[in-house]
Design a binder for this molecule. Structure first.
Ligand code: ZN
Length: 497
């Protein structure tokens, strides 16, 4: 069975779907080891590398079946009844109360039950109340109250997390139990797996593309107070930048752009390009409007750590990572997307601009894509369309930046006419050429058959996992083989013109 990047039952392997497109015109003759050096100094080469990481759930620390329990949606202005947990009704404190929830429940007035089951239930109820207060404190910008849940040795880290979330304009934050019951240890401590569901970018919670992290926590259960003693980095497409990095950010109407302090001096340069990229991508919002485009600027160190995308720095200059959210019924479903650009691999303003436009295109084209099995044609369709959005469907095709890479690849006899994915064995020039070929194929279908038809085909294959031949016959009235040969003919005609 094909892996599915959203499915828990058939997750993709950790590196499945990592796409890297080190491409730059004029690099065709460069050995791979010189790529990076050249990319930093070649003023004419459009740098374009990316990876789309898809990470499976890590094994659960406990073997209990997940029971998805909404703890408390302490979202500003959006009070929600959250349901019952072990017979205890939970409701979100209204706004007037939220600033007063300062500490975790005081144990002195609640004697510990002696029965193990009662103790479990009691701990869950206490933890629920503590987390509810913690989420409220975050949204109320009450850092003292936020920190009161955490043991002193981890307060510095959690304080930074508080600051980073506010830098990213957190607008919703709520916890959800993943474990049905606490995993009790002999020393009186216990562990709990949680989700945190959140929205960034200052978007009102009703409208935001909610995202979740899944993470483990350790708790002490002393006589005076429940406290969290450890907060692990999230394990599904984690850690997120705000979990582990101090951030600075700037924002505009459609974007928020953030970086660690050492790269923050580039944010003012990046913001207008990101905003332009977002507005350009908005023109192709066939599958729903993105609430706010979130871009992070990273160096190699962050690039290899954020989102668990190890080994990425040697391959990629940017990636779009589709994220998930936890639904109340336990399903992990699409939820938001982030873009990370590796500033160490951005050579110049043109690289910056084209990379942001390409990645913003992925965000809008992948927006809330349903769970589906991946077809082999999804790669070239996704990359071809991202390149089309980047270049502009009405811009002269002869101005396309990868044309020389494609021409060289085709004229060398290395291309068999099929539209295939970049592989680890492809050198930079071949990878660039494959992106270019994907662009030309997309451009041909988009202009020859019309945008409605093409986007129908795109949606069926790249978003819904319909077999390419089935979709081709449905939309274009001919086999995929015929369509592919038409596209190949267009590639040959264009690059030999
Ligand atoms: Zn791409």
């Amino acid at each position: 069975m094909a892996c599915n990047r959203y499915a828990i039952a058939t997750p993709c392997p950790a590196d499945h779907g990592i796409l890297f497109l080190p491409l730059m015109s004029g690099f065709a003759r460069s050995p791979p080891q010189s790529l990076r050096h050249r990319s930093l100094h070649n003023e004419t080469s459009p740098l374009e590398t990316e990876a789309v990481p898809v990470l499976p759930h890590t094994p659960r620390r406990t073997t209990r079946p997940p029971r998805w329990l909404l703890v408390s949606a302490a979202a500003a202005m959006f009070a929600l009844a959250a349901g019952a947990v072990f017979g205890v009704d939970i409701s979100v404190p209204d706004r007037s109360d939220r600033g007063t929830l300062v500490t975790a429940p005081n144990r002195a007035s609640s004697p510990k039950p002696q029965d193990p089951q009662e103790l479990e239930q009691w701990r869950m109820t206490q933890a629920q109340q503590a987390l509810e207060a913690n989420a409220s404190a975050l949204l109320d910008e009450n850092k003292t109250a936020w920190l009161s849940l955490y043991d002193e040795p981890i307060q510095a880290d959690l304080g930074r997390r508080f600051d980073s979330l506010h830098t990213m304009q957190v607008s919703q934050f709520e916890y959800q139990f993943i474990d049905e019951a606490p995993d009790a240890k002999d020393d009186g401590t216990f562990e709990l797996r949680l989700a945190a569901n959140y929205c960034l970018g200052g978007v009102p919670a009703d409208d935001c593309d909610r995202t979740s992290i899944f993470f483990d926590t350790s708790w002490s259960d002393s006589a005076s107070q429940l406290r969290i003693t450890e907060v692990d980095e999230s394990h599904e497409r984690g850690p997120r930048p705000w979990e582990v990095t101090a951030l600075e950010a700037v924002s505009d109407a459609r974007t928020i752009v953030a970086a660690p302090p050492e790269y923050a001096h580039r944010l003012d340069e990046m913001l207008p390009m990101a905003e332009e990229a977002a507005r350009n991508a908005d023109k192709y919002a066939r599958f729903g409007q993105v609430d706010r485009y979130i871009f992070y600027l990273a160096g190699d160190e962050e690039f290899d750590h954020w989102y668990g995308l190890e080994k990425s720095s040697s391959l990629a200059s940017a990636f779009m990572v589709p994220l998930t959210q936890a639904r109340a019924d336990g399903q992990s479903v699409p939820g938001g997307a982030n873009v990370v650009v590796n500033q160490d691999k951005i050579a110049n303003a043109q690289d910056f601009r084209t990379t942001l436009r390409h990645e913003a295109a992925h965000v809008v084209l992948d927006h809330e894509a349903p769970v589906h099995d991946r077809q082999p044609e999804e790669w070239w369709l996704s990359e071809g369309m991202a390149e089309l959005v980047q270049h502009g469907h009405d811009t002269d095709v002869s101005q396309y930046l990868r044309m020389s890479d494609v021409r060289e690849y085709v004229s060398s006899g290395g291309w068999d006419g099929s539209f295939t994915e970049v592989t680890d064995s492809d050198e930079a020039a071949a990878a660039s050429a494959k992106y270019g070929i994907a662009f030309y194929g997309t451009y041909y279908l988009y202009t020859e058959y019309g945008d409605d038809e093409f986007m129908d085909f795109f949606e069926q294959v790249a978003r819904n996992g319909v077999a390419a031949d089935t979709a081709s016959r449905d939309v274009f009235g001919r086999s995929y083989q015929q369509v592919e040969s038409e596209m190949a003919e267009f590639v040959h005609a264009t690059v030999s013109a």
